[in-house]
Design a binder for this molecule. Structure first.
Ligand code: FES
Ligand SMILES: [Fe+2]
Length: 377
């Protein structure tokens, strides 16, 4: 892969103003940034779809610009094939399921779930040389199908992010429908590493007064970046008030963590005021919600967004599950409106301003660019 060092491309993420304590960070980020030729890390797992939506029929999807045809084999596993017949490139998703594979809808070449051509009626039964199609490794985990978009030999299911409490009968789970955003997935990651935006974008749901200006701690980890802070003594934000079981003011912890390339966790802790803080024992009435976000780039400027929330109260309460889905979908629609407008605005004219709140997102982008630059098939 070609890697170019192109200062002009640093544009939106270079700092033209470097106030006080930020100086060192900005120097590190704005020095010379190696900009990868591509926006995507290909050797990675991406969520394709909810498992239950993949059946015997053919499903057409686009991931990282690749057109893919998904279906479930008769043994129950999921197959993912390049969605183009090698003969005249008709999408295989326009063909038919047959036995354990797919039959092209134009001249009937047949491919098994691994992409091998196993039937060629239009060629007197002889399989044309090179007639196989690319097959992508798939793993089903957490109710989702994950597709490996890089070199199949490097696909290791152990690289899929580990999700604490998933499947724990003491935890509630709500799963909403996927949403499509017309923006670069990296703007959504920026947003998911930015706890401050709730004060302006989600003022009727996640917001509380202290979210406007309480400083953030930023930690770079091997797997990504974590941004966090404690907010002391506020009211429980409206979105969570339906679930928090203690009365009165709270201490709230915001833990926003993003994993390379495009998975993010927003962990919210609420505990009675006076009992929160780093290294304090967890209070019996602690409320915790882990909001998991899985971003799958469709193209450079469109992204499919899958999510679910885990909570440590009211497991199996379907009314709460539904309410959470509605509230989360409403809040993410607010993000979508903002981020699609950000995409349009940044397309029209670059920004040259960064603030302290951008430290986490910039660190994430910086290392992701390094990973993309080093990414090889
Ligand atoms: S296009 Fe598929 S067999 Fe001809
Ligand atoms: Fe948001």
């Amino acid at each position: 892969m070609t890697v170019s060092v192109h200062p002009a491309r640093i544009g939106p993420y270079a700092a033209s103003t470097t106030p006080r304590w930020e100086t060192l960070t900005w120097v590190a980020l704005a020095t010379v940034v190696a900009v990868a030729e591509h926006a995507f890390l290909r050797n990675a797992w991406y969520v394709a779809a909810w498992d239950h939506l993949i059946g015997d029929d053919l499903t057409a999807l686009t991931i990282l610009g690749d057109h893919i045809c998904l279906f479930r084999r008769s043994d129950g596993t999921v197959a993912a094939l390049a969605d183009a017949c090698p003969h005249r490139k008709l999408p295989l998703s326009m063909g038919r399921r047959c036995d354990d594979g797919v039959e092209c809808g134009y001249h009937g070449l047949v491919f098994d779930g691994n992409g091998a051509c196993v039937g060629a009626p239009g060629n007197q039964g002889r399989i044309p040389r090179g007639a196989d199609v690319r097959s992508y490794p798939v793993v089903e985990r957490y109710g989702l199908s994950w597709v490996w978009m890089g070199n199949p030999e490097r696909a290791d299911p152990a690289d899929i992010v580990e999700i604490e409490h998933y499947g724990d009968p003491d935890w509630g789970l709500n799963t909403g429908p996927a949403m499509d955003f017309s923006c670069d997935y990296r703007y959504i990651v920026d947003n998911l590493l930015d706890p401050s935006h709730v004060a302006w974008v989600h003022d009727t749901s996640f917001a509380q007064e202290a979210a406007r200006d309480t400083p953030l701690e930023v930690e770079k980890r091997d797997t990504g970046v974590c941004v966090s802070r404690w907010l002391y003594g506020g009211e429980v934000a409206p979105f969570y008030a339906k679930l928090v079981e203690f009365d009165g003011p709270c201490d709230r912890h915001q833990h926003y963590e993003a994993f390379y390339p495009s998975t993010a966790l927003a962990r919210a802790l609420f505990t009675p005021a006076g009992t929160g803080g780093p290294d304090r024992p967890l209070h019996d009435d602690l409320f915790q919600m882990d909001s998991w976000n899985f971003l799958t780039p469709i193209t450079e400027k469109t992204t499919r967004y899958h999510f679910f929330q885990l909570r440590n109260v009211r497991p199996g309460d379907e009314a709460i599950d539904r309410l959470m889905n509605e509230d989360v979908t409403g809040a993410f629609s607010e993000d979508r409106q903002v981020l699609e407008a950000v995409q349009r605005g940044m397309d029209a004219a670059e920004s040259h301003i960064n603030m302290h709140i951008d430290t986490g997102p910039l660190r994430f982008r910086h290392h992701l660019e390094t990973l993309i630059a080093a990414d090889e098939d």
